[in-house]
Design a protein around this ligand. Structure first.
Ligand code: GTP
Length: 168
């Protein structure tokens, strides 16, 4: 049954969008104003208990720098869920997120649960929520606005993914 599951979760998105910060907020309750850029990828685990189930997340936090792009398939292969992060202050990062989603639609696990995350919600936005929400809806993705800095919606992000995976 699905009461205790282990799930591979991959974070993708442009450099500096806050992938590591979101994972560290969730796993350790920490945030750093000067978070170092990830090299290659970093691995974390965290267990989340729902009422009726326990999900153990194996989290791959990938590096957003373009030179690491070719490594990404190693990390999204076999993933149950993918979190594609953009920074609401950067239109470029939103465009980059859409490229990741197209790649996952072409080459990812067909049952992959995908979440589009609009991070840095504590800052002044350049990307309209409506545009991202509409894009997410058209592509069958979950959409959530977060701030790793303030912790807004960070637990909710992982909780929503866990709920989807347990239902599947
Ligand atoms: P790469 O490893 O290069 O791909 O970057 P990343 O996506 O993992 O971003 P990272 O978590 O390293 O964060 C980049 C910068 O943005 C850091 O200086 C963080 O402190 C900052 N940052 C991350 N999340 C937030 C947020 O929600 N709000 C604000 N204001 N800053 C954030």
């Amino acid at each position: 049954n699905n009461n205790n599951i282990q799930a591979k979760l991959v974070f993708l998105g442009d450099m500096g969008t806050g992938k590591t910060s979101l994972v560290l907020r969730f796993v350790r309750g920490q945030f750093f104003d000067f978070q170092e850029s990830t090299i290659g990828a970093a691995f974390f685990t965290q267990i989340l208990s729902l009422n009726e189930a326990t999900v153990k997340f194996d989290i791959w936090d990938t590096a957003g720098q373009e030179r690491y792009h070719s490594l990404a398939p190693m990390y999204y292969r076999g993933a149950a869920a993918a979190v594609i992060v953009y920074d609401i202050t950067s239109m470029d990062s939103f465009v980059r997120a859409q490229k990741w989603i197209e790649e996952l639609q072409r080459q990812g696990n067909p049952k992959l649960v995908m979440v589009l995350v609009a991070n840095k919600a504590d800052l002044e936005r350049k990307v309209k929520s409506e545009d991202a929400e509409q894009y997410a809806q058209e592509n069958g993705l979950l959409f959530i606005e977060t701030s790793a800095k303030s912790a807004q919606n960070v637990n909710e992000l992982f909780y929503e993914i866990a709920k989807r995976l347990v239902k599947a």
